[in-house]
Each structure stands twice: as C-alpha cells, then as structure tokens.
Design a binder for this molecule. Sequence first.
Ligand code: TK8
Length: 338
Amino acid sequence: MNFLRRTVLAAAAVSALLASTAGLAADIKPRLIRFGYGLNEQSNQGRAVKYFAEQVEKNSQGKMKVRAIGAAALGSDVQMQQALIGGAQEMMVGSTATLVGITKEMALWDTPFLFNNTKEADAVLDGPVGTKVMHKLEEKGLVGLTYWENGFRNLTNSKRPVTKMEDLDGIKLRVMQNPVYLDSFKLLGANAIPLPFSELFSALETKTVDGQENPYNTIVSSKFYEVQKYLTISNHVYSPWIVMVSKKWWDGLSKDEQKVLMDAAKASRDFERKDTRDEGAKALADLKAKGMQVNELSPAEANRMRDKLTNVNASISTNVGPDLWKETQDALGKMRAG
Ligand code: TK8
C-alpha cells in the first residue's frame, strides 16, 4: 500500500469514528429539575412523579436529576404556574382546570359529562384536540408534555347524603379555582366556594366548607374520609392533570435534553394511567371500609343534574371557540358511532 492510500484510509477511519461517537454522545449537561405537585408522596400523583424522575435519570445517564416536591410545598397549582412562567421553577403537574385563567382553551376539559369513559378521554386528550389545546400554553410561557389522569370526580360532604339536587341546597362546597366549576355547582344549588387544593383538608376539618369533589383516588390518598361522611357517585366530570415545563428553561435545553424529558413524560403517562385505574378500582371498597356512607344517584336524578349542568356548555363553547368545541364533539361522535 502506498503512502497516499494509507493516509486516505486512515483519514476515513478517523472520520467514521468521529461520526459514530458524535451520534452516541448526546448533548446532555448536569441539570437539576424542581418538579412540584399538590398531592402527597403516597398518592397516584406522587408515585407518577417518582416514576418520571427515575426515567429522566436513567435516560440521561444520571446527568439530569429531578427533585420531586409534593404536598404543594412549592405552592398551589396557580402559584406554581406563575413560578414556571417566570422561570423560578422548572416543572409541575396540576389540574388543567386551574389553568383557564392563562389558557382559556383548557376550559374544554371542564365540560360536565364530556367523556363517557377513560377510553374516550385518552383518545381525545392524546389526539389532535388535546395536542392543540396543550400547544396553546406555549404563547403563555409554558410547555405541556403530557396529560395524566386525575379522573372522574365524585361528591363528598359532611352534612347529609346527596340523593337529589335539592340536597345540595346550602351545602358549602369547595370547588377548584375555575369559573365553570363555580357556575356548575351554583346551578345545582350548592354554595360553591373556590379554594386551592392545598387548603382543602383543613377547610373540611374546620367546617369552613362542608364538602368537595375529587376522584376516589384523591379522597383516599388525601384522607378526606376522616372529615367527610357521605360520598355520592356522580362522575360529573373527567379531570385531567397536565405535566408542564417552564418555557424559559425549556428553550435553553439541547434537543437531546428535551428528548429525555419527552420520552420520560410519555412513559410516565402510561404508568400513571394504569396505576390510577388499578387504585381507583379498589378505592370505593376502601372508602366504605373507612366508614364512608356511599350512595349512587338514581338514573332519574342523575339525568336531572345532567340536564341542569349542560347549561354551562354554551359558555364553554364561546370561551374555547366554536371550532374547537365542534372538533371535540365530532371526534366523540365518530368514536361513539363505532
Ligand atoms: C392538586 C389539584 C387536585 C385537583 C383539585 O394540586 O384541586 O381538586 O383535583 O388534583 O390539582
């Protein structure tokens, strides 16, 4: 082999080597991610944040670390949203319902009885409609990664069993800080009072409020059964959680770092929904065993409440825009037709 040929071969070998290591060595720097959430560590939310943290560490070879901070120690949903927008906190998960003051399209998920089951919820949230709503956050300084399941909400209170609409008269009912929830429960006759979740347990304990509504999982993990006697199975709305990143911080990440977070978010979504549904399936029996008195609404009463609640649909459609409203109804219609 002559000199020239040897040199050319060596150069080719070196450049092939460089190309392959460039492909392997991802652009990932040491990062600390403060990830805040409202429920406690033992909740479905706490377990899913922990799972997300493990995925991020694994996919970044330990370079990216997630510090999970639960029980609203970094603030309520609304306070954390502001911290993300300002860049003072990197990540959070919370209810979409507390976001409508920032992104009005989120009100779509406040629609009473929008989804008949979790299959419909998954399809719409993960499909074009859910993606479109999530992308709206970006103009406000937030990046949505995925929706988790909070779940179908049910009513509890310490006053009396709610078997018909009139039983809600005068009940002081805590609602999320959200206009649709406020209007919905006023329509049903309750004295609806908006409060952040972080203040809910003590408000129930001191009887500042008589009742609240949340999925079974939360009634179990937040120990609401200690201060609430009656549970009414109403399934009045499906409530999503949304995992979000500060856009200020996100924009400073490399593509590889963003991919680590996206992949972990996707994996955490599947983990969280399964975990939540497994726990939810056992939760009602748990709550009965803890002494809660549970009642189902008769079909006639459920329909009366349903009819009353559909009065809020027109204002939701106006707020989110008639096109998005129609796209959602069409997607559901198609699914229901088979
Ligand atoms: C937790 C809340 C909670 C929600 C509520 O931060 O406020 O009732 O259901 O899950 O987002």
